[in-house]
Design a protein around this ligand. Structure first.
Ligand code: SAH
Length: 392
């Protein structure tokens, strides 16, 4: 096995539990097949554990959290078993869940989402991509009821690893619609055509929170995708929930979800949220709850300013639509924007339009997306609920 050595004094972060060694931290980055299993050592020769190596990537070595002899099916079976134990403990009887969340499961670059008898994979590192046959075999062993596995390898970050973009069924069969239940709602997930891995599982618990706060309220769910928050609000007896998304297929799925769950107190509109909020302000529309769950606005540091401006505009607009006593639900999945940054935006924008807000709830990603403390990169989802205070 190839041994790679870190430059002097570069081992601190890795000793503290971070799992990435950058190319410029290595004494020498030799040519090798992307995804090869290597051993990483500090400059004094002491071991930092095994990892997968990609000479094409800035993240040259992704550690696997210990000494690993071979990346075979048994290795993945053992890792998946541990991952499954945590999910069964934290989210018992859940049909749709994230079984593997990359670094937080010590499998840097691998995402596995389970939807009943089907699984969706994402490989974001050459190491995991190369191990695909073992990943598939191990999943079949650990989840013997599986009927089909699909790879949704369409994330642009794959290019940084020298990997192609692919979206293909890799084992068994995937039906047009996969049926699962979440929070008591029947969902039909379009794994063959859907975004990302089909459904945004990370908001599962936060959707419950919205459901519990919705009774009797008018709810505007911005960036609703296939209906997540709006459906939970409707199920929680909202007076009316309206979901908005720019994707026609998402709106069609959301509408179908309302139908199959017999919810007649919600409807879905295809529109650009920025435009729709402007129109509602012009029309002086008033809502009891406005939910903002936009897509990630910044994947790199250079895009942070634009992201902050986007959050500022959205949150300011949403506040203008809320009646006193109304709730602003503000989420952000941009890893590079912290909860502190988001709170600061809310404070500044509310002060600017002379609205008083109080924070009544904060959430984060569901427990099947655990946060590895030594890797702040694994913490990305912010979920804040504010009440707009009226004149006392
Ligand atoms: N709230 C959803 C997840 C939102 S994902 C849930 O609970 O499942 C972000 C969504 O924003 C995607 O569905 C995408 O189609 C939509 N989107 C992106 N930009 C948009 C825009 N400018 N206006 C409306 N929708 C947009």
């Amino acid at each position: 096995m190839l041994t790679l050595t870190l430059k002097p004094r570069e081992e601190r972060r890795l000793r503290d539990g971070h799992l990435w060694a950058y190319r410029d931290e290595l004494v020498h980055a030799p040519d090798a097949v992307p995804g090869e299993l290597v051993r990483l050592v500090a400059h004094d020769g002491s071991s930092l554990g095994s990892g997968v190596y990609n000479p094409l990537s800035k993240i040259a070595v992704r550690l696997l959290g210990g000494e690993v002899e071979t990346l075979d099916t048994d290795f993945f079976v053992r890792r998946f078993r541990t991952s499954l134990q945590l999910r069964r403990r934290m989210l018992p009887n859940e049909e749709a869940y994230r079984l593997v969340f990359g670094e937080a499961d010590m499998l840097s670059g691998l995402i596995v989402d389970v939807y009943g008898q089907y699984a969706a994979l994402q490989m974001l590192s050459a190491g995991m991509d190369r191990a695909k046959p073992h990943v598939i075999e191990a999943l079949r062993q650990e989840l013997p009821d599986l009927k089909g596995i699909i790879e949704k390898n369409t994330a642009q970050t794959r290019k940084k690893e020298g990997l192609e973009l692919v979206d293909a069924v890799v084992w068994g069969e995937i039906p047009e619609r996969v049926h699962v239940r979440e929070n008591g709602l029947a969902l039909e997930i379009d794994l063959l055509g859907g975004q990302k891995t089909g459904y945004f599982l990370d908001q599962k618990i936060n959707r419950r929170v919205v459901g519990s706060l919705s009774a009797g309220r008018s709810v505007l769910d911005c960036f609703c995708n296939v209906g997540g928050f709006a459906l939970n609000a409707a199920q929680g007896h909202a007076a009316m929930a309206v979901g908005v998304d720019s994707s026609e297929s998402a709106i069609n799925s959301a509408t179908r979800h309302a139908e199959i769950n017999g919810l007649d107190n919600c409807q879905f509109v295809k529109a650009n949220v920025f435009d729709l909020l402007r129109e509602h302000i012009e029309q002086e529309r008033v809502w009891d709850m406005v939910i903002l769950d936009p897509p990630s606005f910044a994947k790199s540091r250079s895009a942070i300013r634009g992201a902050l401006a986007g959050y500022s505009e959205l949150n300011r607009s949403a506040m203008k639509l809320l009646r006193p006593g109304g709730l602003l639900v503000s989420s952000s999945c941009t890893q590079l924007v912290s909860e502190h940054d988001l709170l600061d935006i809310l404070y500044r924008e509310s002060a600017r339009i002379r609205k008083r807000l109080r924070l009544v709830h904060r959430g984060s990603q569901a427990p099947d997306h655990p946060v590895l403390l030594s890797m702040p990169e694994t913490q990305y989802l912010k979920f804040l609920v504010f009440e707009v205070i009226g004149d006392p």
